[in-house]
Design a protein around this ligand. Sequence first.
Ligand code: C5P
Length: 395
Amino acid sequence: MQGKRILLGVTGGVAAYKAAELARLLTKDGFEVRVVMTEAARHFIGPATFQALTGQPVFTDLWDARVDNGMAHIDLSRNADAILVAPASADFLAKLAQGRADDLLSTLCLARDCPLLAAPAMNRQMWEAPATQRNVRQLLEDDVELLGPDHGEQACGEVGPGRMLEPEDLQAAVAAWFQPKRLKGLKVVITAGPTFETIDAVRGITNLSSGKMGYAVARAAVEAGAEVTLVSGPTSLTPPREARTIPVISSKEMLGAVESVVRNAHIFIAVAAVADYYVLNPSEQKIKKDAHILTLELAPNPDILANISSRAEPPFCVGFAAESENIEEYAELKRRRKHLPLIVANDVKQAVGRDEVQLILLDDAGRHVLDKADKLTQARRLIAHVARLYNESYP
Ligand code: C5P
């Protein structure tokens, strides 16, 4: 987000204190954040907090002498790539819906030539009031992007809709909103996580995959505008809201789920760490301990990716190769064996369960190193690469 400018409008609601954390997170992401506060917002939090967190002057007044030509509303919104109002109170939504311009923030919103995002925050009854809902419909019609609200506990003690999204959720929504829509109109199927192969009623064979990479790829694909189906082995992660998620346990279930959804897919990305073997005769009851050696008979699992990539008209298939030695050599062999246009190689010793990874992309043109970064950043880079190759293959 380096170099992008966001104008953060803060209106009067108790959630205004969370806008400070949001300003910090957006600044950390590389945005230049300019904060504009309404008078009511200043009853909840002071401008100095935002000034310190963003390193930028905070504006509160339509007649601010710091703006050279006295046209703060033109100057501030002309430079912004987007305006985000968070929290957006019921009163401010009403102002926006009516196109009023009686303070600096509402004037900036009316005078903008950039997109407007708003994160509503109010009491349940205010949110559900017919007037607010009427304003919301109007705002959607006017192409205002509403982020939330969430459902949950409210400052007044009630529980219901109207709560502002958490700063991290807003940070993710803003970052997502800024991603280029490279996969718009495309269906993408992604596998993620480990699989679990049953031994008996309480035991099984699994692996250390956390699912983080696959979920990050799913999020990046959603952000790029794709219609995403995520087939996930057991993980503790929350899938992107916009993806259709099919939870599975075993490798065979994963294959069944992929086969049921992949037919119309344009792209298939196999990130899951699928167990190579399953237990031939799992016991329905818990196996009792005794002094003897216990032998498990293992049979090979079907290779989901190879199964899909060897179809007559396969989707654009992407594999992952987690290796512990000769990383690129082994990954390239895998790419050729499974007939993949692209494989993503990583060092299993560095990658499993970690938040930051280095990836190497291997395709017909050679190798492309994605320097160490968090998994979402890597997933976004991967999706950009996939989109480029896909567009070259299917112009
Ligand atoms: O051959 P290997 O298991 O290392 O290949 C890894 C790639 O193949 C990954 O993309 C993984 O998701 C996929 N795979 C699969 N089904 C299997 C084994 C691996 O889809 N049974």
